[in-house]
Design a protein around this ligand. Sequence first.
Ligand code: TYM
Length: 334
Amino acid sequence: MEKNKEIVLSGIRPTGFLHLGNYFGALKNWARMQYEYECYFFIADWHSLTTHADTSELSLITRRLVAELIGGGLDPEKCTIYAQSDIPEIPELYLYLNMLAYKGELEKTVTFKEKARRQPDNINAGLLTYPVLQAADILIHRCHYVPVGKDQEQHIEMTRNFAERFNHRYGDVFPVPKAFSYGKDLVKILSLDGSGKMSKSEQQMNTVYLNDDDELIRKKIMKARTDQGPTEPNSTKPEYIQGLFTLLGLVSSQEVLTKFENDFNLCQIRYGDMKKQLADDLIRFIAPIRNKAAVLQNDPAEIDRILTMGAEKARKSAESTLVEVRKALGFRHL
Ligand code: TYM
């Protein structure tokens, strides 16, 4: 590991297959950052317990995700890939940070309110303190940048607050990390019906997974919500149309994007043609990722090797942070 590189960390919950939101919001940046920073990327299996109590498939999904992350561009020799549950130092830091997190701010967190609404019979304490565990994930490596999509912005802001509170009360241990994207803004990929963000666990037909076969990708795109087209030149695009243009901008050529932008502005757009083009370009983009992930998934020994190597490296970094944390807190009895 090279010295003096700034540190990057990010994670993903093992609650389903990776989709275009995960790729363009997170993984695309991760794959580039691994060549420029010291990077830690992990599967947040403890976090998934806040919403998915059944653990029977957890290990399977975790391992499948490792294959997908590598299919999407991570190189386990360049970055550290591990499962959160292999790092017992994280819960100790979580405990200390819990004393710096207030009930009121946790209850106001947007993701908490959404999940509490969705699972009113299971508003567990882990759900409430989800952002504290996330802060422990980030701070355990004293990291500088956290590449995430727009939906995680508030959690990173909370991590910054917890880090500042800790430093203020016990002395400077943590850099205050920043949310990161190579683009100007953090990315938000919309669901294909334009009704919110694309997500792992819901709306299967409105989410394009990196595991979808060519035919399914085409079917989903051709079913995506459109309308009769604009009637006034240079109209503002409705969100569901903007979502399709965003995808076109990410996977198609500049000429293709410009052509459909012009057609839209001149009220000549044929959404059927645009969706056909988008489906072709998405298929071309997704197929090699899917194929590479499938090859690795058939090699469980290699996935084991990657996770073991990652956990060893991550624990070393986590232990050295905990030494500083305990020192700052005055716990030095051993
Ligand atoms: P998760 O598993 O929901 O998503 C993983 C990453 O994908 C991004 N993402 C999106 N980006 C753009 N548009 C979308 N529609 C979209 N959907 C998902 C997310 O922003 C995220 O970057 N709480 C985290 C997991 C986590 C974590 C961490 C992340 C646990 N500890 C520490 C960073 C640092 C989550 O639920 O991500």
